[in-house]
Design a binder for this molecule. Structure first.
Ligand code: O2Y
Ligand code: MN
Length: 603
């Protein structure tokens, strides 16, 4: 097993940074992760010993564990997430801006001695295949062994990364602390963290770049390779370097004839991205393979097409609602070697959550560690409870999911949760119109987002919480791709809405595997065979063009799903116009032009 870093790397910059970090954080000891299987097992044993992990029944859920977080530490904290740059206009109106210099001073004060009494783990990790020129290396230091094991599933960790870094390679410094130093002889708790929400900080110093995260041990706040590096920092690097770092799933869609097109899709949180990424099509002969369920890094290839790779190696999926009916491939992915966080624990030693497709047991231990029975009326699992599962365990993982060159993207999907107005599927006229569609994306809030339900939250490109720079400049960056390759080589762009409701509030479209019918039409549009009608909002499926064979859906429902309602769309135009005002002169003129053209077409 690894240990002292200077025995395994000659990288002077890394050694110097670690010396500084140790001086600041004052851990009792330092451990460098080698990424081996033995190390993973050792860390899991340690977490069991410390009371953070409960081992699950080895027969029912082999080599898997349950962690319960502190109730104050259950989700990403957007209001405590900051973009630290010198000029507030570089962060833009959608981010929490802080002046970089002041924030660095503050971080140096807050992090001082914060690892006393604890071990500091050094995690060398690669986002993307180790050694690929398109991958990025991060070094996360953390005082949380829970973070170490989750990072081991979600990213490529260890000695091969240090080897790829060599003696002078670039890395992104990532400093994470749970913010709970231990005094001598002080007893530890199963989930140490900073309990005061106002003392949590997730800070991105974009000009360096570096990431400093304090006070939370949960998910996107603490696994710094994911939302912090692969989206916020990477989006900013991508803008400078001419590529795209996006909050997108990547799937392969193969026709009965054996032809594959890859599709990347951006959907806000709570819109079923993981379900779509590995869906089981109901249409006979069609298959979906999964390249990734959350993040896509894309760049133009030498042939002028856009190639996408998934920088991650695992799924950090939301548990409630995941079942053999909604997502059999996620259930299979999480059958073993999986870390569950904040689900219920059955008396047999397995996990349980709401809408798992398994009857609620008569008794279990809930996510807060209390006895629970169905009669209690409380949730057994936290609504944001998660499974961390290796992507390699997904039965439909795409054969090219680790290809350093990525996969060529034929189509982009944008979407959101919209009860009215937005049709089931709608194709953009061209690239610029597609970028306009992406900028117009949004979702109505659900009970699961813990805010007022049914309110539209604009979420351009599903990047609202993740775009690490001025969103106006981000729109310009997307538009710039039209000038960098031939128009016909760029992916076709579609907007989808699986969540349209009728007047009684019932979903009009069955969703899940039936979404393959929409994907088939998209595939055919890419191939140039799918029939469409031109409407003011884009191309919609021509009558009969959507394959509805064997589906029990009324003509009236289909009519509503594919309607273009002038009044609703004029409201959209108004709402978007106001939203665009927020971006001031950083909004590209092209988007105002697209908005005016839409209004004109609506008549
Ligand atoms: O609450 C968290 O820390 C997880 S949020 C998350 C996890 C996996 C994939 N996507 C998301 C998201 O919020 O988009
Ligand atoms: Mn996500």
């Amino acid at each position: 097993m690894a240990g002292a870093l200077d025995a395994i790397t000659q990288h002077k910059g890394l050694l110097a940074w670690l010396t500084e970090v140790v001086e600041l954080l004052k851990p009792d000891s330092v451990y460098t992760c080698d990424g081996s299987e033995e190390e993973y097992k050792y860390m899991c044993d340690l977490l069991v010993e410390q009371g953070t992990f409960t081992p699950l029944n080895q027969t029912l859920r082999p080599d898997s564990f349950l962690a319960r977080s502190h109730p104050s530490d259950v989700a990403r904290v957007e209001d405590r997430t900051f973009i630290a740059v010198a000029d507030m206009n570089e962060a833009g109106p959608t981010n929490n801006w802080v002046p970089a210099r002041d924030m660095k001073d503050k971080m140096l004060r807050i992090f001082k001695n914060c690892m006393e009494g604890r071990t500091m783990y050094v995690i060398p990790f690669s986002m993307g295949p180790v050694g690929s020129p398109f991958s990025k290396i991060g070094i996360e230091v953390t005082d949380s062994p829970y973070v170490v094991v989750n990072m081991s599933i979600m990213t490529r960790v260890g000695l091969p990364v240090l080897e790829a870094l060599g003696e002078c390679g670039d890395f992104i410094p990532c400093i994470h602390s749970i913010g709970a130093p231990l005094a001598p002889f002080q007893a530890d708790v199963p989930w140490p963290c900073e309990r005061d929400p106002k003392h949590k900080y997730i800070v991105h110093f974009q000009e360096e770049p570096s990431i400093w995260s304090y006070g939370s041990g949960y998910g996107g706040n603490a696994l710094l390779g994911k939302k912090c590096l692969a989206l916020r920092v990477a989006s900013s690097m991508a803008k400078k370097e001419g590529w795209l770092a996006e909050h997108m799933l990547i799937l392969g869609l193969t026709s009965p004839e054996g032809k594959t097109h890859y599709i990347a899709g951006a959907f806000p949180s709570a819109c079923g991205k993981t379900n779509l990424a590995m869906m089981l099509p109901t249409l006979p002969g069609w298959t979906v393979t999964c390249v990734g369920d959350d993040i896509a890094w894309m760049r133009l290839g030498e042939d002028g097409r856009l190639y996408a790779m998934n920088p991650e190696t695992g799924f950090f999926g939301v548990a409630p609602g995941t079942s053999y009916a909604s997502n059999p491939n996620a259930m299979e992915s999480a059958k073993s070697n999986t870390i569950f966080t904040n689900t219920g624990l059955t008396d047999e030693g397995d996990v349980w959550w709401e809408d798992m497709g398994v009857a609620a047991p008569a008794h279990l231990i809930d996510w807060e560690g209390n006895d629970w029975t169905p009669e209690d009326g409380r949730k057994a699992a936290h609504p944001n409870s998660r499974f961390t599962a290796p992507a390699r365990q997904c039965p439909v993982i795409d054969p090219k999911w680790q290809d350093p060159a990525g996969v060529p993207i034929s189509a982009f999907l944008f979407g959101g949760r919209r009860a009215s107005t937005i049709p089931l599927v709608n194709q953009a006229f061209d690239w610029e119109h597609g970028v306009f569609m992406g900028s117009a994306a949004g979702s109505e809030t659900t009970a699961a987002n813990l805010s007022k339900t049914g309110v539209l939250r604009h979420d351009p490109f599903a990047m609202l919480p993740f775009c690490g720079y001025n969103m106006g400049d981000y729109f310009s960056h997307w538009l710039s791709f039209a000038g960098r390759t031939d128009a016909e080589k760029l992916p076709k762009v579609f907007f989808v809405n699986w969540f349209r409701k009728d007047d009684d509030g019932k979903f009009l479209w069955p969703g899940y595997g039936e979404n393959s019918r929409v994907l088939k039409w998209i595939f055919e549009r890419v191939e140039g065979t799918g029939e469409a009608v031109e409407t003011p909002i884009g191309y919609l499926p021509a009558p009969g063009a959507l394959d509805l064979s064997g589906l029990d859906i009324s003509d009236d429902a289909m009519k509503q799903l594919l309607a273009v309602e002038k009044e609703g769309w004029l409201n959209e135009v108004d709402g978007l116009s106001k939203y665009y005002d927020e971006f001031g002169d950083r909004l590209p003129a092209e988007l105002r032009k697209q908005l005016a053209a839409l209004k004109e077409r609506l008549g």
